[in-house]
Design a protein around this ligand. Structure first.
Ligand SMILES: CC(C)(COP(=O)(O)OP(=O)(O)OC[C@H]1O[C@@H](n2cnc3c(N)ncnc32)[C@H](O)[C@@H]1OP(=O)(O)O)[C@@H](O)C(=O)NCCC(=O)NCCS
Length: 393
């Protein structure tokens, strides 16, 4: 490395990569907009199926369009027997996100038109993927526990069906709606890491399954979708409110992260957390156990105080902070929290793949090819001399 070389790792923060009509994340004003609609409005009034239509077809559905969307999702939610058979060969302790990522190319194997990259086919492929994600994850959860998968019930909504396939019981209306709202809140978030992965894979004209498999891998990391599971692990580790102060102090003083706090874009609060906080409280009350909600509130307050003292700035809970305790109260296993995120976000990934291929502001898809700064050997005038094997140390 030469002395003048500067190590850079921008993470593409603040670098506009492409124009999009799908989503606006307004970090300064704590606003999230899907195709012009405020997330608060959507969470209060729309179902996940309506949001899927909005994201894929650029407008809220009319009655007949919504009926058709529900019908298509119901028709497509079953998965091939060969995929169930393959799931039965996996070790029971495999990560559900690894299982999900591995299943996506298998879905391609069972779609004879997977490589048909026409615009007409793209929305159909998107609906297939969105329909099948809950079925795969619920089937995996049952198989790893030595039980047979529960077939989807086409009469249930998308969110209710997921809870039904996991537990074998139809959820009551309020819990079903809470899960539905969670899916609405997680459906889309502009150029986050996983969506960027999907778009950049898609930019090489790979099929939608390849793009979505890459996005699942990206979402699995603890700084992205994996944070919701890490929040619950943190709360379980802290255990009681007496231990909060010491935990937060030692985390922040040692440069560690308090999971579920902070966001790369929202600097004045995450609007999704404003909906999930009260939901977490209500879910706790429903199961007569508000301990985890209350503990999370203690962690939030403490983190905000210590953060202000140490860094002189605010920090806010993000979407993962309260969704963790919502899912926990619903009885969803901790390692299935990130798959729930994926079940929602696959709709956003697919919308972005379609935009990348067909509806982008650019006249035609552009192969992503960012620049890098080489700081390895031969930064100066001399190249390395190639040494024969016997002369190498
Ligand atoms: C999401 C995240 C990666 C964003 O990080 P970021 O873009 O660096 O955020 P900021 O630029 O606002 O960070 C400013 C400072 O606060 C620190 N910080 C941010 N979030 C923090 C957290 N949760 N705990 C402790 N410190 C945190 C950063 O390390 C940085 O410190 P520095 O100035 O000493 O380098 C970060 O907040 C984080 O790791 N949160 C926990 C994981 C999580 O919840 N992820 C889900 C995101 S939706």
């Amino acid at each position: 490395m030469t002395e003048s070389s500067e190590i850079i790792n921008t993470g593409l923060r603040g670098v506009p990569v492409a124009s999009t009509r799908i989503c606006l994340v307004d970090g300064q004003n704590a606003k999230l907009i899907y195709r012009g609609y405020n997330i608060i409005d959507l969470a209060q009034n729309a179902t996940f199926e309506e949001v899927v239509h909005l994201l894929l077809f650029e407008h809220l559905p009319a009655v007949d369009e919504l009926d058709y969307m529900k019908q298509r999702l119901a028709e497509e939610c079953a998965i091939a027997d060969e995929i169930i058979t393959a799931l039965k060969t996996r070790p029971a302790d495999a990560s559900p996100m690894d299982i999900l990522q591995a299943c996506v190319p298998m879905l391609a194997n069972h779609d004879p038109e997977a490589t048909n990259l026409s615009a007409e086919k793209a929305s159909d492929t998107a609906i297939r993927l969105i329909a099948k994600f809950p079925t795969i994850m619920a089937a995996w959860h049952r198989i790893r526990n030595g039980r047979e998968p529960v077939s989807p019930d086409p009469s249930l909504g998308h969110a209710e069906n997921f809870l039904y396939m996991i537990t074998g019981n139809r959820p009551d209306a309020e819990v079903g709606r809470f899960m539905d709202v969670c899916l609405v809140l997680h459906a889309e978030h502009a150029f986050n890491a996983s969506t960027f992965s999907a778009r950049q894979v898609s930019s090489s004209r790979s099929h939608m399954y390849a793009a979505v498999a890459a996005a699942v891998g990206s979402l699995s990391g603890e700084l992205h979708g994996g944070a919701n599971a890490r929040v619950m692990q943190m709360l379980l580790e802290i255990g009681s409110e007496d231990a909060v102060e010491q935990y937060v102090e030692s985390r922040l003083n040692s440069g560690g992260k308090v999971m579920g706090m902070g966001h790369p874009v929202y600097k004045t609060g995450d609007p999704r957390a404003a909906i999930l906080g009260p939901m977490s409280k209500k879910m706790g009350e429903r199961v007569n156990n508000t301990k985890w909600y209350e503990l999370s509130e203690a962690v939030r307050k403490n983190t905000q105080e210590v953060f202000m003292r140490l860094k002189g700035t605010e920090i806010y809970p993000n979407v993962d902070f309260y969704s963790a305790t919502v899912y926990y109260a619903m009885g969803i296993p901790v390692d299935m929290f990130t798959p729930v995120f994926a079940i929602a976000r696959v709709s956003g990934w697919c919308a972005h793949v379609i935009e990348e291929q067909f509806a982008g502001a650019a006249p035609k898809p552009v192969l992503y090819r960012p620049a890098s700064e080489y700081v390895g050997e031969y930064c100066g005038p001399e190249e390395c001399a190639f040494l024969p094997m016997e002369e190498r140390q």
